[in-house]
Design a protein around this ligand. Structure first.
Ligand code: GRF
Length: 199
């Protein structure tokens, strides 16, 4: 077997929906010397992220909701692809405890608000932006965090804010947030992986 230092760190992205962040990560790491996006996993067979994976020739699989907690099945899939690091990019299911333990400090997530504000159950996608606007906030932003067994409670790695203006709609705020995510998520992901694997 080849020594670790000669192989790339294999990353899986978990995503439930559109997958613009997933595609942005695929693009960023496409010719990376140390890191590769080796698998895209979704709980949603209709998720557009699967089409993006297909178009980019990245292995992709659907895990039905009832099988996510099944350690043999889910861990089996990750082992089959030698996955060492997991990135959640718009992934809507809570991860099972055994997975969080197995990948301790090796799972990161992006959230479209400045946590702890607008986190927790039900706070995803446009729900977040609607709540931010309804509360009259002047500022929102993104949070990149480690994952623990609770929604949106892992240690924060990085945050970046953006202004919310009076005429912002959930759609326009989402656009601003996506711009921030696309700019920072790959860079921070790379930084974390380099630290974890001493690259
Ligand atoms: C992003 O805003 C992310 O922060 C949140 O879900 C959204 C996913 O967007 N967790 P996309 O599917 O990557 O376009």
């Amino acid at each position: 077997m080849m020594e670790k230092k000669h192989t790339k760190v294999k990353v899986a992205i978990f995503a439930s929906g559109n997958g613009s962040n997933a595609e942005n990560l695929i693009e960023y790491f496409r010719n990376h010397e140390n890191i590769t996006i080796a698998l895209i996993v979704s709980n949603n067979p209709e998720a557009y992220v699967l089409k993006r994976a297909h178009n980019n020739n990245i292995p992709h699989r659907v895990i039905p909701k009832k099988l996510w907690k099944d350690e043999d099945f889910t861990h089996g899939l990750l082992k089959e692809h030698d996955i060492e690091f997991i990135v959640l990019a718009g992934f809507l299911l809570l991860l099972p405890g055994w997975l969080v333990k197995k990948y301790d400090q090796r799972i990161i997530n992006i959230h479209p608000s400045l946590l702890p504000a607008y986190g927790g159950k039900g706070m995803y996608g446009q729900n977040v932006h609607r709540a931010v606007i309804a509360a009259g906030e002047k500022k929102s932003g993104i949070t990149i965090q480690y994952i623990n067994a609770e929604y949106d409670k892992g240690d924060i790695i990085f945050q970046q804010g953006c202004p919310v203006s009076g005429d912002d709609t959930p759609e326009s705020l989402e656009e601003k947030i996506h711009e921030l995510e696309h700019k920072h998520f790959p860079v921070i992901t790379e930084k974390v992986i380099r630290e974890v694997f001493h690259l």
